[in-house]
Design a protein around this ligand. Structure first.
Ligand SMILES: [Zn+2]
Length: 359
């Protein structure tokens, strides 16, 4: 009797050791600006691979690269990390049109979208992409006020308006965005190299740098400062969408997936982060359909629909989920995963996403 009890106890202890902690110590939020749910769930869309609607330069080559028979094959090809590694180990919201993931701000462009996910509410006062401080507290600013997180919260973004949405200067949140060289750490050869590379590239979009630079800056920041809460905001999908270049939009989505894999590999290679870090990946808005795929906004039909994926400690691995959710739920989700309560500062914040095992 005694021996079997000891055995059971030992087995239970061994099982506890192998289980991941229930909550993450750190959290990575990654956004892919304006990546439509159609490509996220269905991969490349055949009807947009043409010269006229899609602006595709070589439709045969693009079809060859991204078109496959089934939606599952196409999405695995376009976003292999998200669909073959993250989704099976985590959750994905938004596939079911009857219970979609959507933005609730009704404007469906970037500032209101990011503000909604960071502040937990859709505030009608937020209605422009201007470089103006966010009027509401963000979950990043709130976490930066917690003693264990102070000075270890940051955003690295391709689009240079993100620091304003985070109100980073006022809130003491680290921000690196757009074509601004990395400040501080110039004694580090990697930082100098990054800044030289940035200066040597064409500034095609004055307000947004290439996502490869954002990846490099995020990796440098992770290594040097070891933030506990980090937002990495990629942007090229939105830019190529507006340029009506479906071929380059698909290429950007494919590259971004590889960048997220690089970030995840980096995290899993660092003892402070390995198996203690959760990741949420989402977008700030959808885009229109067919001829309107390049656009998004209040008057473009269907572009409130988004997608949200998550993986890591605190996220039960359930694959695609059927609950209807909104982008506003991300703020409370981040706080709850990090053992904080965002409703202390924003009583109207939408509740956290259902990340448990469910019914
Ligand atoms: Zn846009």
């Amino acid at each position: 009797m005694l021996r079997s009890s000891v055995t059971i106890l030992l087995l239970a202890l061994a099982a506890c050791r192998t289980l991941p902690p229930e909550r993450p110590q750190n959290l990575l939020l990654v956004t892919i600006d304006g990546l439509r749910w159609q490509e996220f769930f269905g991969g490349a869309q055949a009807e947009l691979i043409d010269a006229e609607i899609g602006g595709v330069q070589d439709p045969a080559a693009t079809s060859n690269r991204y078109l496959r028979e089934t939606a599952m094959e196409r999405r695995n090809l376009l976003l292999p990390f998200l669909w073959t590694q993250l989704a099976p180990a985590g959750v994905v919201f938004g596939e079911d049109a009857a219970a979609p993931a959507r933005m609730s701000n009704a404007l469906n462009f970037s500032y209101p979208g990011y503000a909604e996910m960071l502040c937990g509410i859709a505030d009608p006062r937020v209605r422009a992409n201007d470089r103006k401080p966010n009027p509401n507290p963000t979950v990043f600013a709130y976490m930066n006020q917690q003693p264990d997180f102070a000075g270890r919260v940051g955003v690295v973004a391709s689009w240079d308006v993100l620091p304003w949405i985070h109100d980073s200067a006022e809130q003491g949140v680290f921000a690196q965005a757009g074509w601004t060289p990395m400040l501080g750490g110039e004694e580090d050869a990697s930082v100098r190299q990054h800044n030289e590379r940035m200066a040597g590239l064409p500034h095609i979009w004055p307000t947004a740098c290439f996502d490869a630079l954002t990846l490099d800056a995020a990796l440098l920041y992770l290594e040097r400062e070891q933030p506990r809460l980090l937002h990495v905001a990629f942007d090229e999908t939105d830019e190529w969408g507006h340029e009506r270049r479906y071929d380059l939009y698909l290429d950007a989505a494919r590259r971004t997936d590889a960048f997220i894999e690089r970030l995840w590999q980096k995290i899993q290679s660092m003892p402070a982060y390995r198996d203690r870090t959760s990741i949420i990946v989402t977008t700030d808005h959808g885009r229109g359909e067919l001829g309107q795929w390049t656009e998004h906004g209040a008057l473009v039909k269907g572009c409130d629909r988004i997608w949200i994926a998550a993986m890591g400690p605190g996220v039960f691995p359930r694959g695609t989920r059927g609950e209807a959710v909104t982008g506003a739920q991300i703020a409370a989700t981040i706080a709850e995963l990090l053992a904080a309560d965002f409703q202390q500062v924003q009583t109207r914040a939408a509740p956290a996403l259902p990340l448990g095992p469910g019914l």
